[in-house]
Design a protein around this ligand. Structure first.
Ligand code: ZN
Length: 310
C-alpha cells in the first residue's frame, strides 16, 4: 500500500497524480490522490492526437501552476489496442485502433517528455479494474475482472493483484458466444467479427437491432432478455477461463434497472453447477457487482495506475 501522505514540519502533504482516461469521444483528465482527494478534472474531446494531446498537457501544467504542486507520475488508461510489451519498439503506442487518426500514435514517450515525470500505461478497462481494486467494489480481491458494456465492450483482468497482459492484452469484448439465429437473426455490428460479444451486445448493437437507443427501451422489453443471455454466456466463459473471485460490470448498458439481477441468475444457471464456489452460488450479488466508483472507475483507475509506479 502506498502511503499517500507524509509530514513535513508537522503539515500533511498530499501526493498528487495525473490521470487520463482516454475514450473514443472524450479524454477524462484528473489530478487527484484518490476518490476523497480530487484537485481538478476536465473533459477534452477526442479529435486528433495533434489537437487533443497538447490540451491534456496544458491542463496538467495549469493545475500545477495554479496550485503550486508537483505531480508524482501519470496514469494513462487508453482505448486500444495498445502495445504494452516493454521489449517492443512500439511500447507505449496505440496500435491497430479503428480510430484512424490515432493509429500508431506514441503516447507514453510524449507524456513523459512533456510532463517530465514517469507514465504508467494500460487499457482504459484495466485502469478501471485497478481503481475498483484499490477503492471500489473489488477491494480485497487478488483475482477479479472489470467489464464495461457501453459504446463497446471491454475488460481488464487482474491476476495475483496485477493486470494480465500476455501477448497484447485481453480483448474480452471480442469473444465468440452462442448465437441462435432463430431467436436473434441480428447479424451483429463488429467490423472485425460481426457477431462477437461486442457485435451483439454493446450499446450500438442494441440500438441497431431494435432501432432505438438502449436507454429508451423499457425494462420489460425483450431486448433485455437477449442482452442478459449474452452477458451471462460471456461471464460464464470468463469464470471458467480465469477463475475470478469477483466480476465488476460497468458501462452505460449496465445502468438498466434489473439487468444485473437477470445477469446474476443466468450466469449461475448457464454454469449448471459445475463451478462449486460458495461465493458464486450463494453470494452472487457480491460476486457480480456494479462498480463502487460508478462512472468514475476509469479516471480514478488512471490515478491507481499512476500510483503503481511512484
Ligand atoms: Zn469483434
Amino acid at each position: 500500500m502506498i502511503n499517500q501522505n507524509f509530514l513535513i514540519n508537522g503539515e500533511s502533504m498530499t501526493k498528487w497524480y495525473a490521470g487520463v482516461e482516454a475514450g473514443g469521444t472524450k479524454f477524462n483528465c484528473i489530478v487527484a490522490s484518490g476518490p476523497e482527494h480530487i484537485l481538478a478534472e476536465i473533459r477534452i474531446p477526442t479529435t486528433t492526437p495533434e489537437e487533443t494531446l497538447p490540451k491534456v498537457i496544458h491542463f496538467f501544467e495549469q493545475v500545477k501552476q495554479e496550485n503550486q504542486i508537483r505531480l508524482e507520475s501519470t496514469g494513462l488508461g487508453f482505448f486500444g489496442p495498445i502495445c504494452l510489451d516493454h521489449e517492443s519498439s512500439h511500447y507505449g503506442w496505440i496500435t491497430s485502433t479503428p480510430k484512424l487518426a490515432w493509429r500508431n500514435t506514441q503516447v507514453v514517450h510524449y507524456f513523459e517528455e512533456q510532463l517530465k515525470i514517469p507514465a504508467a500505461f494500460d487499457t482504459d478497462v484495466t485502469a478501471a479494474a485497478l481503481g475498483e481494486g484499490r477503492w471500489g467494489n473489488a477491494q480485497g480481491c487478488r483475482h477479479f475482472i472489470y467489464i464495461t458494456i457501453g459504446t463497446g465492450i471491454g475488460g481488464g483482468i487482474i491476476n495475483e493483484g496485477k493486470p494480465l497482459h500476455g501477448a497484447i492484452h485481453p480483448e474480452v469484448g471480442h469473444m465468440f458466444l452462442p448465437h441462435d439465429r432463430s431467436q436473434d437473426p441480428f447479424v451483429g455490428i463488429c467490423p472485425s467479427h460481426q457477431d462477437c460479444w461486442e457485435g451483439l451486445a454493446s450499446g450500438p448493437a442494441i440500438k441497431t437491432r431494435w432501432g432505438q437507443p438502449a436507454e429508451t427501451l423499457p425494462a420489460n422489453h425483450p431486448a433485455w432478455q437477449l442482452e442478459s443471455d449474452y452477458i451471462a454466456y460471456a461471464l460464464g466463459n470468463l469464470i471458467v477461463s480465469f477463475s475470478p473471485e469477483r466480476i465488476i460490470l460497468g458501462g452505460g448498458v449496465m445502468k438498466i434497472p434489473g439487468l444485473i439481477a437477470q445477469v446474476r441468475a443466468k450466469t449461475v444457471a448457464c454454469l449448471n453447477g459445475y463451478v462449486q464456489n460458495e461465493k458464486l452460488l450463494q453470494e452472487t450479488d457480491q460476486f457480480i457487482q456494479l462498480p463502487g466508483l460508478g462512472d468514475r472507475a476509469g479516471e480514478l483507475g488512471a490515478i491507481a495506475l499512476a500510483q503503481t509506479i511512484s
